[in-house]
Design a protein. Structure first.
Lengths: 205, 544
């Protein structure tokens, strides 16, 4: 089950947690908060979460970085904002190596946190969109017959029809027919677009 | 003749004695009409004779050079006789018996036909020989000559002995003086009188470089020499003198005191004193001592102390830094919540159009501004423990000062003090950390407010003035307050404060920040009232 885009807040300091929720809600977004990383993980396992995660670094039990690493291991693509009292270099390096994470010195400027959340949500949205699109392309590809698939591979490889006909041992006419079918099924107008679609489908594999 | 010789020898000084001796030998030789007369001295416990003086008649060869090392082993008979104090009289050397063949041949080889030797005695001890030769013909030495020569021998021996003693004395004096003068320390002899007054009776040349006075000047000071000593050190010196007068000979007393150098200023000396001479009543009369200039050592020790203090200070600051960083973190957490809640409130309030809500919306903005400032301070405080993280960019310093004044204005109004910005520098690029410089100005303004007395009705005044000079941007914070207590008080040092509940950190932090930026900070009382604090910042060379 997929949720609406939500900002998930993990912090063992209740005041801080509630304050982040208040800020996010005041901007019109739903939130859900958890007093520990462990509790968030339990929730995460049950749902396909949309949105982003804002977690404190230093907490009782699982740390913000531990939480982010665990999510990463579980294949999560949820953007994570880790809030630090101040960014200690080794931790920052460790977090950056994992990717998909923003280390943020606990901000005291009004817009910093909201900006970070907006960026994270935009990133998540873009990822979701690209995943959706590659899924769609993959579905189009699946509609191709095996012989059409062969023609597609050779067209994308830049081979002229004559060469394709010779390679596959079929008539030029047959190649032209299959080629037309490929363009129709893939909803492509040009060879260039076809190439782009194939690349996009491969990107998220 | 003997009287003449005797008088001449007695009155001669050590450097004249050789000439007098030679003259005595000449007088004798001429009087006796002999060819050669020599004075030989015993050496090495009577085992060797050396000729020291010789007189020769015209055309007679000198023998002194070959008579420098005559050994007893070579002339046993002669040595035996002479060392026993016996005369040797040989009227004709050719008639010497065969058992004396070596001596006989030796005499004849040198054409000595007749010879006589008279031992010279001093206090019953043989010290030398008067030796007389006649060449070419035998000679019967008359008895009166022999007797007279014995007397002359004694006179000569006495004269020579006196000379030797005097020479030894003068040599030992020269020796002592040479040692003393080659010493890198001042060496002196002090005479002490009954009333414990003292004067310098000897002092080496080193004194000239250490005290600036020549030895002659030191000696001529007499009892006034005490005036060269630092007044604070006098009681100690008197105490040491009291110890010294009852001290045993050779007892060593160390005293450290300061001596006025002729250039002005004092130099420190460590002196080591030894009682040298008591009078018959056992009273100390002379003290011999050395003085070593330890001014540099004293300075080094002083520097070490200061360094130690500084280290302790740094350690305290370090501990303080950690504490501050900890506190900053603790305060940071709730502040973060405040920012979020305030922003959330503001967001909600923006959706309500009601004129009653309008000011509240403004207030939330004030909350956010204040929180942001507190946040910056927390960031800085955190950096206090670990240096770095300071951003220096080219800034308009007047803007920084205006911001700082705005920050303090609220407190100023409450204390009925008006802060004026009188005259600004205008375009003056400085490369600074904005927050740090702001902190300096805020601290100085806060101090100015604290120094301004609270009197109802009358408004106090603090004037900030900035100017841009060739190489520096200068800020003056002028108050009309109570002023600085004393010029000596090191107000820029940590933990120094004049406030009842001051930490003594404000100005120390200002100084650190300003000096970190390559500037200077100073303070002075105004002519009429209050004080002026001034700090400078170097103007950025490559202002971008």
């Amino acid at each position: 089950m997929t949720t609406d885009p939500t900002v998930f807040v993990v912090d063992d300091d209740e005041e801080a947690r509630v304050s982040v929720c208040a800020l996010v809600r005041s901007m019109g977004l739903p939130t859900k908060d958890f007093p520990s990383g462990e509790e968030f993980l339990a929730f995460y396992a049950a749902y396909d979460l949309r949105g982003c995660l804002v977690t404190d670094l230093r907490m009782l039990g699982m740390s913000g970085i531990d939480l982010q690493e665990k999510l990463s291991e579980m294949g999560s693509e949820l953007p994570v904002i880790v809030l630090t009292a101040f960014a200690r270099t080794p931790l920052t390096v460790r977090a950056m190596r994992n990717g998909a994470v923003t280390m943020l010195d606990k901000p005291y400027h009004e817009d910093d946190l909201w900006d970070a959340i907006c960026k994270a949500l935009a990133l998540e949205e873009a990822r979701r969109e690209s995943r959706r699109r590659s899924e769609e392309i993959r579905q189009r590809l699946e509609r191709l017959s095996p012989s059409e698939q062969q023609v597609l591979d050779l067209v994308v490889a830049g081979k002229p029809n004559k060469v394709i006909a010779k390679r596959l041992g079929v008539s030029l006419r047959t190649v032209e027919n299959r080629r037309r079918e490929v363009f129709t099924k893939m909803n492509a107008q040009s060879v260039a677009e076809l190439v782009r679609l194939v690349i996009e489908s491969e990107r998220t594999d | 003749m003997i009287t003449e010789i005797s008088a001449s020898l007695v009155t001669s000084t050590p450097d004249q004695i050789d000439a007098s001796t030679n003259r005595a030998l000449a007088t004798l030789g001429q009087y006796l009409s002999i060819d050669r007369i020599q004075l030989l001295m015993f050496l090495n416990d009577l085992t060797m004779l050396r000729c020291t003086h010789e007189w020769i008649a015209d055309d007679v060869p000198r023998a002194i050079d070959r008579l420098q090392t005559q050994r007893r082993d070579d002339y046993p008979w002669i040595f035996q006789r002479l060392s026993a104090g016996e005369l040797i009289v040989i009227p004709d050397t050719r008639e010497l018996p065969d058992e004396m063949a070596p001596e006989r041949d030796d005499f004849l080889d040198h054409a000595i036909r007749s010879t006589m030797a008279v031992p010279m005695c001093l206090a019953g001890r043989v010290v030398g020989v008067l030796w007389l030769d006649r060449l070419n013909e035998p000679f019967d030495w008359p008895d009166e000559i022999i007797r007279g020569l014995k007397l002359v021998g004694e006179i000569l021996a006495n004269g020579l002995e006196r000379m030797r003693a005097e020479r030894a004395l003068s040599e030992s004096r020269q020796f002592a003086e040479a040692i003393s003068e080659s010493s890198p320390n001042v060496i002196y002899v002090i005479d002490v009188d009954d009333s414990l007054d003292f004067r310098v009776s000897y002092i080496n040349r080193q004194v000239t470089s250490d005290f600036g006075h020549t030895p002659e000047e030191m000696l001529s000071l007499g009892n006034d020499v005490i005036q060269l000593i630092h007044p604070e050190d006098l009681p100690q010196i008197h105490k040491s003198l009291q110890v010294a007068v009852s001290a045993e000979k050779d007892q060593v007393i160390d005293v450290e005191f300061r001596v006025a150098h002729i250039d002005g200023g004092y130099r420190s000396f460590l002196t080591r004193n030894r009682v040298f001479r008591h009078d018959t009543n056992g009273f100390v009369r002379q003290i011999i001592g050395t003085a070593q200039d330890i001014t540099d050592r004293s300075k080094a020790e002083e520097a070490l102390h200061q360094h130690r203090d500084h280290l302790a200070h740094v350690a305290r600051l370090g501990a303080l830094g950690e504490m501050v960083a900890g506190v900053a973190h603790e305060i940071g957490q709730p502040l973060y919540s405040i920012v979020n809640f305030a922003k959330a409130s503001q967001n909600i309030l923006l959706t309500i159009s009601d004129e009653n809500v309008e000011p509240v919306r403004n207030w939330t903005q004030h909350i956010l501004t204040s929180a942001a400032r507190a946040g910056e301070i927390i960031h800085r405080l955190r950096d206090f423990g670990r240096r770095g993280g300071i951003k220096r960019i080219v800034n308009d310093p007047d803007a920084i000062i205006r911001e700082a004044i705005a920050l303090v204005n609220f407190a100023a109004r409450r204390q009925q003090v008006k802060i004026e910005l009188a005259g600004t520098a205008g375009e003056c690029p400085v490369k600074v950390d904005r927050v740090q410089i702001q902190q300096v100005v805020v601290n100085l303004l806060q101090n100015a407010l604290d120094a301004t007395p609270r009197c109802d009705g009358n408004e106090g005044r603090v004037v900030v003035h900035s100017s841009c000079q060739e190489v520096a941007y200068i800020v003056d914070v002028v108050d009309e307050g109570i002023g600085l207590p004393s010029a000596d008080l090191q107000i820029f040092q940590a933990f120094v404060t004049t406030k009842h509940h001051g930490l003594g950190m404000g100005l120390a932090i200002c100084k650190t920040i300003v000096e970190d930026h390559g500037g200077r900070i100073s303070a002075a009382n105004n002519a009429d009232r209050g004080a002026t604090f001034r700090f400078t910042l170097p103007i950025a060379k490559d202002s971008v």
